[in-house]
Design a binder for this molecule. Sequence first.
Ligand SMILES: *[C@@H]1O[C@H](CO)[C@@H](O)[C@H](O)[C@H]1NC(C)=O
Ligand SMILES: *[C@@H]1O[C@H](CO)[C@@H](O)[C@H](O)[C@H]1NC(C)=O
Ligand SMILES: *[C@@H]1O[C@H](CO)[C@@H](O)[C@H](O)[C@H]1NC(C)=O
Ligand SMILES: *[C@@H]1O[C@H](CO)[C@@H](O)[C@H](O)[C@H]1NC(C)=O
Ligand SMILES: *[C@@H]1O[C@H](CO)[C@@H](O)[C@H](O)[C@H]1NC(C)=O
Ligand SMILES: *[C@@H]1O[C@H](CO)[C@@H](O)[C@H](O)[C@H]1NC(C)=O
Length: 463
Amino acid sequence: MKLLYTLPAGACLFACAVASNAPKAYEPKYRLSPIDGSKIALPTAEQLAFQDKEIGVLIHYNIATDIGSDGCNYDPKLVPDQALFNPALINTDQSMERITALGGKYATLVAKHNCGFTIWPTKSPAHGESVVESFVESAQKYRIGHGFYYSVVVNNFLNVQNAEVLNTSLAWGQVGISDSTYGQIVFDQLTELWTQYGNLTEIWLDGGYGSTQMNDIQSLLEAHQPQAVVFGACDKNSTFRWIGKETGEAPEETWSTGTTSDGGDPTSPIFCPAECDTTLQTDDRWFFGVDQPLRSIEEMIDVYHTSVGRNCVLELDLAPDRGGLIPARHAACYKKLGDFIRSCCDKPIAPKDTKPKNEAGSYSLTFDFPTVIDRIVLMEDQTNGLVIRSYQAHAKIVDAEEANGTLNVPWTLVSNGTSVGHKKIDFFDKAITVTDVLVNSTYVDIPKWRSVSVHLCGSLTYN
Ligand SMILES: *[C@@H]1O[C@H](CO)[C@@H](O)[C@H](O)[C@H]1NC(C)=O
Ligand SMILES: *[C@@H]1O[C@H](CO)[C@@H](O)[C@H](O)[C@H]1NC(C)=O
Ligand SMILES: *[C@@H]1O[C@H](CO)[C@@H](O)[C@H](O)[C@H]1NC(C)=O
Ligand SMILES: *[C@@H]1O[C@H](CO)[C@@H](O)[C@H](O)[C@H]1NC(C)=O
Ligand SMILES: *[C@@H]1O[C@H](CO)[C@@H](O)[C@H](O)[C@H]1NC(C)=O
Ligand SMILES: *[C@@H]1O[C@H](CO)[C@@H](O)[C@H](O)[C@H]1NC(C)=O
């Protein structure tokens, strides 16, 4: 469980509090619609590249792996004995094999969680182990983008909650410091992480940072990792937004624009796509839990459909066990999910002819012979912003009772919706036999379809 996102104020808790003394306002980039003059938010190349990855993992392997509870959250005096941490069997290549089997394209490692323990040899103060370096080497070897999660606002080891050192008496294992020393430690540790391990794909500062730390952190980010996508509060310079819950389910209508922790807002001038973080273990369990049950493959396929299939990057937890290995039953589940995606959504049924129709915003597929399909996958080219506002997918269905043995049938609406963005997957209640598919749309500028494809995946998750 990631502490701050479960509080009512959500991802904004700290980042929002600092807005008033921000030195300079964040200036979003947008253009105006040639059709109705509305603002069309523009993406960065990094945002589009990150959405293209579709699936990544968040690796929870830290001192909390060795205790019974899921981290040091909500327990300010809990400082696990650092001697517990024993990555005797860790093999970061093994983790990369699992990520590859899942189809994950990036991996963000929890370099420091709320207990305060670091898993790289930091100089400031020395309290940790060296896992980060081999993680980075393996990620590069497997061509998986790497990044770090680092929580600034909680550090039990240093008696810090809500980005401030508490003035309570120290518990076992705690070290007393001042707020300014804490600010310096955060700065030094982030400097190590952001300068010694190459270009990062994702940076996750859970819960943001305190107001006094903002300028230093922003400057550091700009100086060393300007290309990294930053997960957090989108009105405060983050580049990806939290979807608002940890179940892996984005709203049916999820826009790439907007700043709130939900489906977003098509009229927002801020391009800030959504990321759906969720666990494979049940009960929102992030760190490895002994005998913790896993969610079923059917549920994980639903997660894929309601995250990637709803324009939300899926960040799935990876929880190595105490020795550092990915448990076999976890590995089997990642592989099964990856196999499903590869065999289904990555394999379109090739039509004889596909083309943008003369009618603007439309796209058609024509098949050589009646073809069985059970879902449609839509992708919008967002290079110039997200412009589709609704779509209607029609098909000529020839196996319906009313077809009466003729191929000359009228169009039937098979699915419709609002946002498309990077990807929208709609599956039908049942498989249908079709000769033609036509998608048309409403928009604020003539859209470019990146792809429209149909698939037959079978009914693993529905009847
Ligand atoms: C701790 O800080 C609070 C709030 O600033 C203050 O009211 C309290 O007296 C302080 N306690 C100690 C032990 O210094
Ligand atoms: C990191 O990115 C910068 C700017 O894109 C590039 O010049 C540099 O070569 C990259 N460094 C590494 C280690 O890939
Ligand atoms: C956003 O970034 C700008 C510079 O790119 C910086 O001056 C500003 O402080 C940042 N705002 C916040 C709220 O972090
Ligand atoms: C098929 O036949 C039925 C019964 O004769 C008729 O009601 C229906 O309109 C026909 N459908 C088509 C598409 O011709
Ligand atoms: C989808 O189609 C149904 C039936 O025509 C209609 O009621 C609904 O409003 C449509 N929804 C969208 C988002 O276009
Ligand atoms: C969309 O497709 C249908 C086909 O059923 C067609 O009647 C309609 O004119 C098309 N265009 C729009 C803008 O709805």
